[in-house]
Design a protein around this ligand. Structure first.
Ligand SMILES: Nc1ncnc2c1ncn2[C@@H]1O[C@H](COP(=O)(O)OP(=O)(O)OP(=O)(O)O)[C@@H](O)[C@H]1O
Ligand SMILES: [Mg+2]
Length: 273
């Protein structure tokens, strides 16, 4: 099951936006997706239209219980039409999650893999984990549960150093795990059309080469989708929405190629077969 941890220790770079954008691509293609919100701010939870959740991911981290995620899933309130869309499931976060991290630190045998354990035997086509802006035990649990890490950054000053730091962390975690964990790439988000933005984007490419993926541009439609708890693909004719949706679809195809690719058009089907 492809499981993407969306990470960066820096705040406000667009982790949640990219997690929701990928969930929106999956939604539009009818892919059965589970979103895990590991951030006490709960922005992915509300972006998926879940308010006042009766339970949350905190329960999964509180104890070592294999498969506990299964009982904590809620349905997003994203639209359930038109066909073939599929509404994602979500395991919510609430502010109480902030108290879990210091508690996890007191576990004498380490609490790195509680989320991985909680996901055991839970089956979806895709899992997306929105991580908080830190490299603490919540993010570490996200990286222990994932098979790929998607780093999100802005094209700004020091972004490249921040990416180097998280790359080192992911590599350290990968070396301690028995299962695979690989870097899916660096998604450059909120790329504006200024010379400055282009400069920092080039800097990222110079420093991190082929890891740097095609960017997601700065567009007013993107925060509008999150604020209205809608997938970007459902914003209709709102200026920029279709372009943003296309960029997230392209990112989706790059990050989860095994689920990606646009369905073939009828006129692309070879004749005579
Ligand atoms: N491509 C974009 N175009 C316009 N606005 C964007 C874009 N991406 C993100 N934003 C806005 O930037 C702000 C920060 O984005 P977001 O909350 O996704 O970042 P984050 O990394 O998850 O933050 P945190 O570290 O606090 O969890 C939000 O207001 C979001 O709507
Ligand atoms: Mg966030």
């Amino acid at each position: 099951m492809p499981t993407i941890a969306v990470v960066n220790q820096k705040g406000g770079v667009g982790k949640t936006t990219v997690a929701l954008g990928l969930a929106a691509s999956a939604w539009s293609r009818g892919i059965d997706t589970l979103v895990l919100d590991l951030d006490p701010q709960g922005n992915a939870t509300t972006g998926l239209g879940v308010w006042d959740p009766p339970f949350s991911i905190d329960q999964a981290l509180a104890e070592e219980r294999p498969g506990s995620i299964a009982g904590l899933r809620l349905a997003s309130s994203w639209p359930d039409e038109p066909s073939p869309v599929r509404v994602p499931s979500v395991v919510a976060a609430t502010p109480a999650l902030a108290m879990r991290e210091p508690q996890l630190l007191t576990d004498p045998i380490g609490a790195n893999d509680r989320l991985a354990l909680a996901l055991q035997d839970v089956s979806h086509e895709l899992v997306i984990i929105d991580c908080p802006p830190s490299l603490g035990l919540l993010t570490v649990n996200g990286l222990f549960a994932a098979d790929r890490a998607l780093i999100v950054t802005e094209p700004g000053a020091w972004a490249s150093d921040g990416v180097s730091q998280i790359l080192r962390t992911v590599e350290r975690i990968a070396s301690r795990r028995s299962a695979d964990l690989r870097i899916a790439g660096v998604a450059v988000n909120r790329l504006g059309r200024t010379r400055d933005a282009r400069y920092w984007n080039e800097q990222l490419r110079t420093d991190h080469g082929a890891l740097v993926l095609d960017p997601i541009h700065l567009r007013a439609a993107v925060p509008e989708a999150s604020a209205s708890s809608l997938p970007i693909h459902a914003l209709g004719a709102r200026p920029g929405a279709a372009e943003a949706a296309a960029e997230f679809d392209h990112l989706f195809d790059t990050v989860v190629p095994e689920l990606g690719s646009t369905p073939s058009q009828p006129d692309e089907v070879p004749h005579g077969v």
